[in-house]
Design a protein around this ligand. Structure first.
Ligand code: NI
Length: 170
């Protein structure tokens, strides 16, 4: 396994649409494994392939990372798709590609996601609360969207300005 560099905003590569996975090949499984290692090392609770500069519809999520349970709730998904959503939840979201910022985002409270798992098997996941938020956030990445695209234009401009400045001083 390998740690992958994570792109940070503003970066036009984060705004691109990712392509569906045709088959969960060895190459895709290796990508999933590297993404899992990268997510845990960051540490983060989710990561999408475009964040590591791969435009494939692959995400990894483990919202239990912080409670000491080892990989208990790890999801590695290809072609995740929201097929049902209900309710509303507000969560203060962050993102490994928008380091050190959090903002409240409104999302569906309860969702059903259809995807392929690590073995290429079709699965459906019912999620609510943090897991639902995290899945929606990661699936957004596959469509070139960041959580700051859900907040006010003014707040987004301020954050983008600060991110730009920080990049220049690096
Ligand atoms: Ni993110």
């Amino acid at each position: 396994m390998a740690l992958l560099p994570i792109l940070t905003a503003p970066d036009r590569r984060l705004k691109q649409i990712s392509q569906p996975v045709e088959e969960v090949s060895d190459k895709i499984v290796k990508l999933m494994d590297d993404m899992v290692e990268t997510m845990y090392a960051a540490p983060g609770i989710g990561l999408a392939a475009p964040q590591v500069n791969v435009l494939k519809r692959v995400i990894v999520v483990d919202v239990e990372t912080y409670d000491g349970e080892d990989k208990h709730d790890l999801l590695t998904l290809a072609n995740p798709e929201i097929i049902e959503q209900t309710g509303e939840i507000i969560w203060a979201e962050g993102c490994l590609s928008v380091p050190e910022f959090t903002e409240d985002v409104v999302r569906a409270e309860h969702i059903i996601v259809r995807a392929l798992d690590r073995d290429g098997k079709k699965i459906e996941i019912e999620a609510q609360g943090l897991l639902a938020v995290c899945l929606q956030h990661e699936i957004d990445h596959l469509d070139g969207k960041l959580f700051i695209d859900h907040i006010s234009r003014l707040k987004r401009a301020i954050i983008t300005q600060k991110l730009k400045k920080r990049k220049k001083s690096e």
